[in-house]
Design a protein around this ligand. Structure first.
Ligand SMILES: Cc1cc2nc3c(=O)[nH]c(=O)nc-3n(C[C@H](O)[C@H](O)[C@H](O)COP(=O)(O)OP(=O)(O)OC[C@H]3O[C@@H](n4cnc5c(N)ncnc54)[C@H](O)[C@@H]3O)c2cc1C
Length: 442
């Protein structure tokens, strides 16, 4: 117990130092982090823990896991982050790029600070395969394959997509950006919207749950409708939802569709995509065919192929089943899966990815120390949704571990949505975003 407490104090002090918070002083905390003279970089404490952890994917979940493994684990825990891109592009706020409110460049987050401030080793490359017996991961890098030894492997590769008929061919779909992975597709879709004529039609689809960012498609419908009202009068937004009803913030979005954007947004539930006719820009559903000047199909979200290749894709649609006490795969020992790639009862969201990264990091450190994961983890999530150019609503939830079902359950009374969209919520959205991204990448 005494050792646990000292480790906890060391971790807390390290966090305070890194976050620029007032230091936490205690007579016992000899191994608290110190700052080198003239430097703001914390010297990580020796916590007595040691081990090698490899994290795949430097997005919301993976970057958080890598950072907090080092911050809480200290100097003896070697952490390697494998990421195929040179920087991470935030999906959060990317719907505002479509309307020109936010610039793409402001959504780029590098990993350099994870290396300089916390000593995470960065490897630029694509994780391809792992041998779970010898615990070795193979990564394709620009200079050839590399093999990384690990005691624990954390996978945070996000999502992949299952294409509907008509968009199977990469050439066909290159003209129909989903923009559900922020990047070049986001600006491509923005340019298509800008090129729409007055009185035009924007047809978009909502994939069947579970998908990344439950309120995201409805938020997109709102901000596009708001932009079209002001810039392309007489235009319409048709939302074809594969689900039987709005899947998140139902009251807020129903009001937004029926009142705020009445006459502009037409919402059609129970309308899964059966075929996309790219030549005529028409989306076919069991409820009819819908032609658009711009067609934005958000495809069915599935687990990345890496999960299947590593033998952990044992949940529906190729996502990974995990034990939410430590996010270890229920199929392969020593491999943990966090973020959108994991099948849990929590939403596939960036804020939750950050939380899962921390719970997983804490559990791995406890395991490396010969202990057991925290038996009662709690996570929380917030999500702001712009409704117009100056107002936003929000959704918040707290999840606690339920030993009976061995799942994370929403805590009654601790979850809810905004009473009404407001300017204050819109401004809070940017504060929340900066705080979350700083907690994850800085
Ligand atoms: C339009 C939109 C708006 C959103 N708004 C919100 C919001 O307001 N709030 C919120 O909480 N969430 C929001 N989200 C959801 C959020 O972005 C995701 O849930 C979150 O990014 C998931 O984090 P992740 O780490 O699991 O995956 P990602 O963030 O996608 O990161 C995965 C990383 O893994 C890397 N990678 C993948 N495979 C490999 C490999 N084999 N080798 C090496 N690297 C690999 C990728 O390059 C990527 O950097 C939104 C999503 C969208 C699309």
């Amino acid at each position: 117990m005494a050792q646990d407490r000292r480790q906890f104090l060391a971790r807390l002090a390290a966090y305070c130092a890194a976050a620029g918070l007032p230091g936490y002083a205690h007579a016992d905390d000899d191994d608290r982090p110190r700052t080198r003279p003239g430097s703001t970089t914390p010297t990580l404490p020796a916590t007595g823990l040691s081990g090698r952890v490899v994290v795949v994917g430097g997005g919301m979940a993976g970057a958080a896991a890598a950072k907090f493994l080092r911050l809480w684990g200290g100097a003896g825990v070697q952490v390697t982050l494998v990421e195929r891109e040179s920087a991470y592009t935030s999906n959060i706020l990317s719907n505002l790029v479509l309307t020109g409110t936010v610039q793409m460049a402001s959504l780029a987050f590098g990993h350099a600070r994870l290396a300089s401030a916390y000593g995470v080793t960065l490897v630029r490359g694509e994780a391809l395969a792992a041998d779970p017996v010898s615990r070795r991961l193979t990564v394709a890098t620009a200079s050839g394959p590399r093999v990384l030894d690990y005691d624990r492997l954390v996978l945070a590769p996000g999502i992949a997509f299952a294409w509907p008929d008509g968009l199977q061919d990469p050439a066909a779909r290159s003209l129909f950006p989903h923009a559900w992975q922020a990047g070049p597709q986001t600006t491509q879709l923005r340019d298509q919207i800008r090129a729409m004529p007055a009185g035009g039609t924007f047809v978009m689809t909502v994939p069947p749950a579970p998908y990344r960012c439950p309120p995201g498609p409805y938020e997109r419908a709102c901000v596009v409708a708001d932009w079209l009202k002001r810039n392309r009068p007489g235009s319409k937004v048709i939302v074809l939802d594969a689900n039987p009803a709005i899947t998140a913030e139902r009251e807020s979005f129903t009001r937004a569709f029926e009142v705020t954007h009445a006459g502009v947004i037409e919402y059609i539930p129970d309308a899964p995509v059966t075929f996309v006719d790219t030549a005529s820009r028409t989306v076919h559903t069991p409820l009819g065919a819908f032609r658009g000047d711009v067609v934005n199909v958000i495809p069915v979200n599935v687990g990345p192929v890496l999960l299947a290749d590593l033998g952990v894709a044992n949940a529906a649609r190729g996502f990974a089943g995990v034990d939410v006490l430590d996010y270890e795969s229920t199929a392969v020992a020593g491999i943990h899966v966090i973020g959108d790639a994991a099948a849990t009862t929590q939403p596939k969201a960036g804020h939750i990815g950050n939380q899962e990264g921390k719970v997983c990091a804490d559990a791995i450190l406890r395991l490396l120390g010969g202990g057991a994961p925290d038996p009662a983890p709690v996570t929380n999530s917030s999500c702001y949704s712009p409704i117009t150019t100056s107002t936003a609503s929000f959704l918040t939830a707290v999840f606690a571990y339920d030993p009976a079902s061995r799942t994370m359950k929403a805590v009654p009374g601790a979850s809810g949505e905004a009473l009404a969209p407001s300017k204050d919520h819109y401004e809070d959205m940017f504060v929340w975003f900066r705080t979350l991204m700083s907690d994850t990448f800085a």
